[in-house]
Design a protein around this ligand. Sequence first.
Ligand SMILES: [Zn+2]
Ligand SMILES: [Zn+2]
Length: 232
Amino acid sequence: MLDIKVLGSGSSGNCYIVGDGQSRLLLDAGLPIRQIQTGCDYKVNEVAGCLVTHKHKDHSKAVRDLARRGVKVYGTQEMRENGLPITVLKRQAQDLTSIGVGTFNVRPFMALHDCECYGYLIHSLVTNDKLIYLTDSARIPYRFKGVDYWMIEANYSLKILDEKVADGMDETRANRVINTHMSIEKLLTYFQGFDHLPAREIHLIHLSNDNSDADAFQRQVEAVTGVPVYIA
Ligand SMILES: [Zn+2]
Ligand SMILES: [Zn+2]
């Protein structure tokens, strides 16, 4: 079993802690360092590492503070070019190399956002659980098999967004959301593509304040997958 703790989710800041009983990982660092420290019971220096998805502030705010406290932070080439103190996961052709972080094996893959953005397939060598962490992505690039825990973006509902545009929302803004984030409709279609989803938990993350409906999203994903769904 993995232990998943949400410190923050959405455009106001993303940060999660995943533990397997032996080591803990931070997923994204988009909160003030004080909040992250409190979330880690003031043992932030004991985390095995921090995996950051991309350069946007709601995911990278505390990168420098973490590095200063001795935490190894992993991220994209682009973040490094922007001067952030991170370890870059080198590209090998299309895919990225897998790395060991504490008791986890981590394989990054390319997400689809408006900047270089990674998703992570995380495998605990202690519990043998697999976890997908994917946010700020308009697509899911693979049919991932044997995943026990999904932490995946359900940013908006296309239906809600269409209603907003009909009510006068700027269409360019709506299209930006569509091209850079995950809709509940796309996520449901993806999960419907599995005959059986042998997962323990699904965590829906990075919900938009304006364009989502948490209760409906939870019900819909549970209905399609039969897996317990949590809203971050
Ligand atoms: Zn974001
Ligand atoms: Zn972003």
